[in-house]
Design a protein around this ligand. Structure first.
Ligand SMILES: *[C@@H]1O[C@H](CO)[C@@H](O)[C@H](O)[C@H]1NC(C)=O
Ligand SMILES: *[C@@H]1O[C@H](CO)[C@@H](O)[C@H](O)[C@H]1NC(C)=O
Length: 438
């Protein structure tokens, strides 16, 4: 614990992007002085039971300073729960919760609380959403886990599998830490991995498989550090979709590995207003992705928002390597800024992404000022699309692969198995914390 506190205190020094300590302010041990085991509140260990009411009762008894405990074993949930209020409590999920109910909303919602920790002490706790039962019929179902207005918290050492819709959403949360997690969803859009907005959040050592957001920041957001992320067949990491009054600043992504994803990183908007400022995207490795660096302020999949466009300012993309699928069809640099609000202060440096098909790549820029790639220097009132074609492989583009990259997405018509939480998330990087389950 002492070591942990020391590390937490050091974080602001490690990255200027966080604005202070993250995570719960009291220890797991102190919260375990009162334990409310769902088995003592009517819970029955069975995949088809309903652990919903026992969870709600255990929470009522333990929400101020205690631990709500789901012991090892299988539990069903048909009554989805909303656990709001309380303070300094933990949800220790050592068992597996399987969706039984078919309602919408969130299987588990945690709201309006502080000093909160959700974890599995064995690293084997999981929530199985059985989303395939909806997806097979072309529908979406319930989301898995949502945190709203939670501060000083962590979520770690659990697997979230096959959500009917989103897997983990953090809405207006502050001082949070998310780590040692794996998310596995079906291979289609609308099944987001992690979506976050709020401030001072550290996400690290997470693996996501799906066909939509990997770890994505939405507005408003400030001071986030997102690192050691493995998008193992996904949509990819992104910022957006951004609309009117966008307010995003000081976001730092580093050590992001994406393979077979839609993009390595996308910033997406169409119309809108407000700004994205002072963000850094560094140490990215990609293989077989469709898009690579994609800033698209005219994204056709989005309905046009009110305003002349989002201002993108002081954004650096540094140390990107690897290969994309087809660097002519979808060039590795695509920076298309709003006509009326050109981007300023963009930097693309140490950028070495080559193509897996053909022997050239295209860079495309519009209304974008700064340095590197096809950006124009200085500032100005904008310019039409310019492209450059690069016909020699950049030196140093070859980048390591993760062992056992997924070679196909998960079916929408069959249950997705619950995976173990991995212990590697980026080539050569050691996770910051070992698994609690050893
Ligand atoms: C921009 O980010 C850097 C860290 O990368 C930080 O030191 C600096 O304070 C930020 N600038 C502003 C204006 O917030
Ligand atoms: C990527 O996903 C596949 C399929 O589940 C898995 O076998 C592989 O271990 C994953 N890669 C890593 C390094 O976790």
């Amino acid at each position: 614990m002492k070591l942990l506190l020391t590390l937490l205190n050091l974080l602001p020094l490690i990255s200027a992007q966080l604005s202070g300590p993250v995570g719960p302010t009291t220890s797991r041990a102190s919260k375990r002085t009162k334990v409310c085991n769902v088995l003592d509140y009517g819970g029955v260990a069975s995949k088809t039971s309903d652990v919903g009411p026992p969870l709600t009762s255990a929470f009522a008894a333990c929400k101020n300073g205690g631990t709500v405990y789901v012991p090892p074993g299988d539990f069903g949930i048909s009554t989805f729960v909303s656990l709001t209020g309380g303070k300094s409590w933990a949800l220790q999920l050592d068992g597996v919760i399987y969706r039984v109910g078919t309602g919408g909303g969130n299987m588990i919602f945690v709201g309006s609380t502080s000093d909160f920790e959700m974890y599995s002490s064995t690293s084997k706790g999981a929530i199985q959403g059985y989303g395939y039962t909806f997806h097979a019929d072309g529908n979406y179902g319930s989301r898995i886990l949502r945190l709203g207005k939670v501060s000083d918290f962590s979520v770690h050492d659990i697997a979230l599998v096959d959500a009917g819709a989103f897997h983990l959403v953090m809405d207006t949360c502050t001082n949070g830490e998310i780590y040692n997690m794996i998310i596995r969803g079906g291979n289609e859009g609308g099944l987001d991995g992690i979506d976050i907005w709020g401030s001072n959040i550290h996400v690290h050592d997470v693996e996501v498989t799906n066909r939509d957001e990997c770890v994505t920041v939405k507005s408003p957001a400030s001071n986030m550090l997102i690192e050691n992320i493995y998008c193992n067949w996904s949509g990819g990491c992104a910022m957006g979709s951004l609309g009117s009054d966008t307010a995003i600043s000081n976001i730092h992504y580093r050590n992001i590995y994406s393979q077979n994803s839609n993009q390595m990183y996308m910033l997406k908007s169409r119309g809108g207003s407000g700004s994205v400022k002072n963000c850094t995207f560094e140490s990215f490795i990609g293989h077989t992705n469709a898009y690579t660096l994609d800033l698209n302020a005219d994204w056709s999949s989005q309905k046009e928002a009110t305003g002349d466009g989002v201002l993108y300012q002081d954004i650096t993309f540094r140390d990107w390597r690897g290969t994309c699928s087809n660097g002519v069809q979808r060039g590795p640099v695509n920076i298309v800024c709003p006509d009326k609000v050109p981007c300023t202060g963009l930097v693309v440096e140490d950028f070495a992404v080559w193509t897996e098909a053909g022997s050239s790549v295209v860079w495309k820029c519009a209304n974008a000022y700064g340095s590197g790639a096809c950006l124009k220097g200085g500032s100005g009132t904008g310019y039409a699309v310019v492209t450059s074609t690069i016909s020699a492989a950049p030196s140093g583009y070859a980048a390591q692969k993760m062992p056992d990259d997924l070679t196909a997405g998960f079916a929408l018509t069959a249950s997705i198995p619950i995976p173990a939480v991995p212990t590697t998330f980026f080539p050569g990087a050691t996770p910051a914390s070992t698994l609690l389950g050893g």
